[in-house]
Design a protein around this ligand. Structure first.
Ligand code: F6P
Length: 344
């Protein structure tokens, strides 16, 4: 059979490991894998690359995606018929779409409405795709953020400063909570829980009263800040919206550091980790998860189980119907409760 593979939406470490796993599984069984460039746009423009031994060699440890990526949305662009034509003309028996929750949504519609033989593979540093316990990319982002927090500790301590670390995660606080626990944060602010600047300032004051002269506060980019008497609100550095109409997040760290300095009198600084969390080599954990996802995606394709997404459930890799994958997966707040034990 002939299997197309595409990567869509924002990149994350581990995409190449999935591509390699699908291609190598196919080769082993005498099937053919073909790379589709720049997500669904590559089907419309019919831009393909063979995923042969040579193309997928030496890519396991590489960040990014050899297939490039885009946020092209076939329904929004009125291009669904072009995709159907490309599938027929290209002789594709299956398409493996690697992406986040938006890509899973459009992939589900392509199956439900047009019966295009698709299989989803969930990726994102945000870990917010429902239906799977984890997405690959998340472990790498958490490791990068934890390393950054470790480094910021020593400089915060030397200067008796409050250091605010802004991490990604879109509308969930997975990276913030995980890196916050791993890095020993003194405060964690996430979108799932409204937090006031005064609460945070009070926590910092308590730490200082018991002899700590510095604090590390981790804030998720999508968190909402509440000033006294005002509604909680997101803080954006730029009023820019993405292709889906969502605000470009980022900027809350600067505002939070200013507020904390004003309220506590302690010198405060901010470090915005940004896309550093998404770049570079995947951790071993992400390489393994991505490889298992790719191998399972091939198996689903070869048995004709379309309209499914591969998922990690406990320690097993399973196929789950894409109909069960909607909305976003929020942080388990019991984790934040554990983190709070170390705040003061
Ligand atoms: O979804 C992954 C992610 O890195 C988010 O954490 C972040 O909000 C967003 O993508 C950034 O998107 P862009 O790369 O378009 O700036």
């Amino acid at each position: 059979m002939k299997i197309g593979v595409l990567t869509a939406g924002g990149d994350c470490p581990g995409l190449n490991a999935v591509i390699r796993a699908v291609a190598r599984s196919a080769m082993q069984q005498g099937d053919e894998a073909v790379g589709i460039m720049r997500g669904y746009q590559g089907l419309v423009e019919r831009e393909y690359v063979p995923l042969d031994m040579r193309t997928v060699s030496g890519i396991l440890h590489l960040g990014g995606t050899i297939l490039r990526t885009s946020s092209f949305e076939p329904f929004r662009e009125g291009a669904v018929h072009l995709i159907e034509d490309a599938i027929v003309d290209g002789g594709f028996d299956a398409v493996v779409a690697i992406g986040g929750e938006h890509t899973m949504g459009m992939t589900r519609k392509l199956w439900e409405q047009e019966r295009i033989p698709v299989i989803g593979v969930p990726k994102t540093i945000d870990n917010d795709v429902p239906g799977t316990d984890y997405t690959f990319g998340f472990d790498t982002a958490v490791q990068i953020a934890t390393d950054a927090i470790d480094r910021l500790h020593s400089t915060a301590q030397s200067h008796d400063r409050v250091m605010v670390v802004e991490v990604m995660g879109r509308n969930t606080g997975w990276i913030a909570v995980w890196a916050g626990i791993a890095g020993g944060a003194d405060g964690i602010v996430i979108p799932e829980v409204d937090t006031t600047c005064e609460e945070l300032a009070a926590g910092i004051r308590r730490r200082h009263e018991r002899g700590k002269d510095f604090s590390i506060i981790v804030v998720a980019e999508g968190a909402r800040l509440a000033a006294e008497g005002a509604e909680p609100r997101e803080v954006h550095a730029a009023e820019v919206r993405d292709e889906y109409g969502y605000a470009r997040l980022g900027g809350i760290g600067v505002v939070l550091a200013e507020e904390l300095e004003r309220r506590t009198g302690y010198e405060s600084r901010v470090a915005v980790l940004g896309h550093i969390q998404r770049g570079g080599s995947p951790t071993a954990t992400d390489r393994i998860l991505a490889t298992r996802f790719g191998a399972k995606a091939y198996e689903l394709a070869s048995e004709g189980t379309f309209g499914h997404m591969v998922a990690l459930r406990g320690s097993a890799i399973e196929g789950v119907p894409l109909t069960e994958v909607s909305g976003i997966k929020r942080v388990d707040l019991s984790l934040l409760e554990i983190a709070k034990r170390f705040f003061t």
